[in-house]
Structure formats: structure tokens, C-alpha cells
Design a protein around this ligand. Structure first.
Ligand SMILES: [Zn+2]
Length: 89
């Protein structure tokens, strides 16, 4: 009898039935010291791996796009937003 490994979405715990998408997030934060060197802050390092079903991955992409657009709109770079809006129509 084959022991089939069941993999589930790490967000919604749903069993994969078509796609699974692996997302790996790694951040590294360093602080500028008075000697003008970079000091690593280990506590702020994040390494995260998520395995998402198609639905959750689409939600992730949408949330990410909104976050990035919010960030752009807070700067003076309005040209990029106008171009992206045209593509969405
Ligand atoms: Zn999911």
C-alpha cells in the first residue's frame, strides 16, 4: 500500500487539487553604526516558506499588488500608476 503524502495549503489548510505555489520570504536587516559600518540585527531576520493553493496565491498576489501600489502612490512617481491603471482596464 502506497503511503501517499498529502500536502496542504499553509494558509487555508486545503488539500491541493491543481496547483501549489511555494513562496519563500527572506529578509535581512542591518543597522548603520556610528563607525559607519553595518551591524547585523539577527532578531529581525525573517525566513518564511509558505506553500499556497491557487486561491490563496491569487489572494496573495492581489494583496501584494495593492501594497506595492499604495507604496508607489505615496511617492511622487505618478506616471507608473497611470500606466498600470491602463493595463488593468
Ligand atoms: Zn489555500
Amino acid at each position: 500500500m502506497k503511503n501517499k503524502k498529502i500536502e496542504r495549503c499553509t494558509f487555508c489548510n486545503k488539500e491541493f487539487n491543481n496547483f501549489k505555489t511555494s513562496i519563500e520570504l527572506k529578509t535581512r536587516t542591518e543597522r548603520l553604526t556610528v563607525q559607519h559600518t553595518w551591524e547585523k540585527i539577527g532578531n529581525l531576520d525573517i525566513q518564511n516558506r509558505e506553500l499556497l493553493c491557487e486561491d490563496c496565491f491569487n489572494k496573495f498576489l492581489t494583496a501584494f499588488k495593492i501594497a506595492v501600489n499604495d507604496n508607489i502612490s505615496s511617492t511622487e512617481n505618478n506616471n507608473i500608476i497611470e500606466e498600470e491603471t491602463k493595463e488593468d482596464v
